[in-house]
Design a protein around this ligand. Structure first.
Ligand code: AHR
Length: 549
C-alpha cells in the first residue's frame, strides 16, 4: 500500500486497532494503534487473559570467545577479583544477582572455526590458536568444562553452540558424548580423565551459527545445512534423547535469503529439531537516519520478524502434516551499530582485544525495553532468547581491572529478570499513534510509513505471589502520556514498586567515570482502584509492580 493510500485508510478510521492488525499482523497482539483524536491511552487488564506461561529462558544471554567477553570479562586468573577457578567474582556476583536463566556459548561466529578439544584437558597443554572469525589469539584457557562449571556457579542453564563450519556431525556428537554421557565411552571417559566425574548434562544445543551468512566460516547452501543438521540431530538423540535442538535460521531480515533459507533448511530437518534461531541487531544509524522516533519503534520490527519466522515454520510443518510445532530461539538480539567495523571487529592477533565495546546511551536502553516487551508478548512461541552479549562485548556489564559498571541497557534487562514472572498477559491496548517511515525494510519499500503507538505495553501476572508487572515504553519524545489501567475481575491492593528510566538527554551514557548517570528513579505511583491513571514521562520506560488481593 502506498504512503498516500495508507494515510487515507488511517484517516477514515477512528479506532484503527483492528484494521491495522489486519494489515500489519505483527501489531495485532502488541499495541493497537489509534488516531491521535481517539483520546487517552487505555489498557484493559484481565488476569484470566494470558498469552503463555513464561519460559524464563527468554531472558537469557550470551558469552562468545570474542574480545574481552571471556578473558578479562568472566575469567581472569590474575585479577584481584579471581576465585580459585580464575572466575571474576565481581562479575559472577552481578550475573547471579541478575538471575540470568540461560547463557549461550562459545559463539557466535567464533564457533564455526572452533575445535572444542583445544579447550579441554590440562591448561598448560592447551594450544594458542588463531581465531579466524575475529582475527584474535585464542589461548583456550577457558573451554567447555570451565563454562559448565561457571554456568552452575552463576545459576544459569548452559546453551552450547556447535561448530557447523569446520566441524562435522562427528565433532558435534563427540562433544555431546563428552558432556552428557556418564562413563564407559571414549569421550565420557576423557571428561572423567580431565577431572569431571559428573556429566555436564547440557540440555540446549544450537546446531551452528548464522550458517546462511557468507561471512560465516564454512557457510553452505540451505539444503546442505538442513541435511547436515538432520544427520547431526539424529545422532545426538541417539546419545541423549532429552536434548533440545535448535536449527540455525536466517541471520535476519536484511539477508537476501531471509525466510527462503528458513523454509529450505526446515524442509530437511523439521522433524529432527525443536526450535529455530533468529538473530537481530538494531541501531540508530542508516536504518533510521538517526531519527529517534523511528528508532524507538524498532521493537515492532522484532514482532514482525517473529511473526514471519513462525509463519514459515507452520507452513513447513503443515505441508509435512507434522504434529509438532517448533518454538523460536531469538538467541542473538540487542542494539549494536557503533562498533561494527575496522579495529572494533578486528582483533589484530591479540589476546582479549577490545572488540565490539559498544557504549550504550539512554535511547538504547529504551529500545532494549521495547525489545523485551516484544519478547514477553511473543512468549507463546519464543521459548529461548539471548541478549547478545553479557560482558564487555555489546554488553550490559563492562569491566576493567578495578571493577565493573552497569551500562544503560542493564536496567530494562534487570527489570525483566526480576519482575516479568509467571504468565504473560494478553492486553487490549488503545494508544494514540504517530507515523514513521518503515524502519529496517528493504530500500525499495522505504517510502512506506507505518503507524506506531506512542505507548508500548507488556505485562505479566505471578499468580503464586499475587503480583502483576507492567512494562511501558513511552515513545513520545516531547510529551508525558497518560495511560488508564482498567482492571477486570480484580483490583490491585498495593503498589510494590513504580520506577522509571528517563532523562532530558537521550544521548547520555554511563561509564567508569560516571556509572550512575542513567539509573532507574522512583515514579509517582497511580492511585489504586478499578481504574488507575498512570502518567508516563516523555521518552521513558516504566516498571509498575502491583500486589493483588
Ligand atoms: O554477537 C556478535 C556477532 O554477531 C556474533 O558472533 C554473530 O553470530 C553475529 O553476527
Amino acid at each position: 500500500m502506498s504512503c498516500f493510500s495508507r494515510r487515507q485508510f488511517l484517516s477514515g478510521t477512528v479506532i484503527a486497532g483492528a484494521s491495522l492488525a489486519a494489515r500489519f499482523p505483527w501489531l495485532a497482539n502488541s499495541t493497537e494503534a489509534a488516531q491521535e483524536s481517539a483520546g487517552p491511552a487505555r489498557v484493559v487488564i484481565d488476569p484470566d487473559r494470558c498469552i503463555s506461561t513464561l519460559d524464563r529462558n527468554i531472558f537469557g544471554s550470551f558469552i562468545e570467545h570474542l574480545g574481552r567477553a571471556v578473558y578479562e570479562g568472566i575469567y581472569e586468573p590474575g585479577s584481584k577479583f579471581a576465585d580459585s577457578n580464575g572466575f571474576r567474582t565481581d562479575v559472577l556476583k552481578e550475573i547471579k544477582g541478575l538471575g540470568v536463566p540461560i547463557i549461550r556459548y562459545p559463539g557466535g561466529n567464533f564457533v564455526s572455526g572452533y575445535n572444542w578439544l583445544d579447550g579441554v584437558g590440562p591448561k598448560k597443554d592447551r594450544p594458542r590458536v588463531l581465531d579466524r572469525a575475529w582475527d584474535s589469539i585464542e589461548t583456550n584457557q577457558f573451554g567447555i568444562d570451565e563454562y559448565a562449571t561457571w554456568c552452575r556457579a552463576v545459576g544459569a542453564e548452559p546453551l552450547i553452540g556447535t561448530n557447523f563450519g569446520t566441524g562435522t556431525p562427528e565433532t558435534t556428537v563427540a562433544l555431546l558424548e563428552y558432556c552428557n554421557v556418564d562413563k564407559g565411552t571414549k569421550w565420557s571417559d576423557l571428561r572423567r580423565a580431565h577431572g569431571y566425574d559428573k556429566p555436564h548434562n547440557i540440555k540446549y544445543w544450537c546446531l551452528g551459527n548464522e550458517m546462511d551468512g557468507p561471512w560465516q566460516i564454512g557457510h553452505i547452501p540451505a539444503i546442505q545445512y538442513g541435511i547436515k543438521a538432520r544427520d547431526a540431530a539424529r545422532q545426538m538423540r541417539e546419545i541423549d534423547p532429552s536434548v533440545k535442538l535448535i536449527a540455525c535460521g536466517s541471520s535476519g531480515p536484511f539477508m537476501p535469503t531471509y525466510l527462503e533459507w528458513d523454509q529450505q533448511i526446515l524442509e530437511q530437518c523439521y522433524e529432527e529439531v525443536d526450535g529455530i534461531s533468529l538473530h537481530r541487531y538494531f541501531g540508530n544509524a542508516e536504518e533510521t537516519e538517526g531519527n529517534t522516533a523511528r528508532y524507538l519503534s524498532m521493537n515492532l520490527g522484532m514482532d514482525r520478524q517473529i511473526h514471519e519466522i513462525m509463519a514459515v515454520c507452520d507452513v513447513v510443518g503443515g505441508r509435512m502434516k507434522s504434529n509438532k510445532t517448533l518454538w523460536l530461539s531469538f538467541d542473538e538480539w540487542n542494539v549494536w551499530y557503533r562498533q561494527r567495523s575496522g579495529t572494533a571487529v578486528d582483533g589484530q592477533r591479540k589476546v582479549a582485544p577490545h572488540l565490539l565495546e559498544e557504549i550504550y546511551n539512554l535511547e538504547d536502553a529504551l529500545v532494549v525495553g521495547g525489545l523485551l516487551n516484544t519478547l514477553i508478548r511473543r512468549s507463546d512461541r519464543v521459548r529461548v532468547a539471548c541478549l547478545a552479549q553479557l560482558v564487555n562485548v555489546i554488553a550490559p556489564i563492562m569491566t576493567n581491572e578495578n571493577g565493573l559498571f552497569r551500562q544503560t541497557i542493564y536496567y530494562p534487562y534487570a527489570w525483566a529478570l526480576q519482575y516479568a514472572r509467571g504468565k504473560a498477559l494478553e492486553f487490549a491496548v488503545t494508544s494514540p499513534a504517530y507515523e514513521v517511515t518503515v524502519a529496517g525494510r528493504p530500500a525499495a519499500r522505504s517510502h512506506e510509513s507505518m503507524s506506531v503507538p506512542y505507548l508500548d505495553v507488556a505485562g505479566t501476572i505471578d499468580v503464586e505471589n499475587k503480583t502483576v508487572s507492567l512494562f511501558v515504553l513511552n515513545r513520545d519524545l516531547e510529551k508525558a502520556r497518560d495511560l488508564e489501567l482498567v482492571w477486570h475481575e480484580t483490583t490491585p491492593t498495593r503498589v510494590n514498586t513504580c520506577q522509571v528510566l528517563t532523562g532530558s538527554d537521550l544521548k547520555v551514557e554511563n561509564g567508569f567515570d560516571a556509572p550512575d548517570r542513567v539509573v532507574p528513579k522512583p515514579l509517582d505511583p497511580p492511585q489504586l482502584g478499578a481504574k488507575m491513571a498512570l502518567q508516563l514521562p516523555a521518552r521513558s520506560y516504566v516498571l509498575l509492580n502491583l500486589g493483588l488481593a
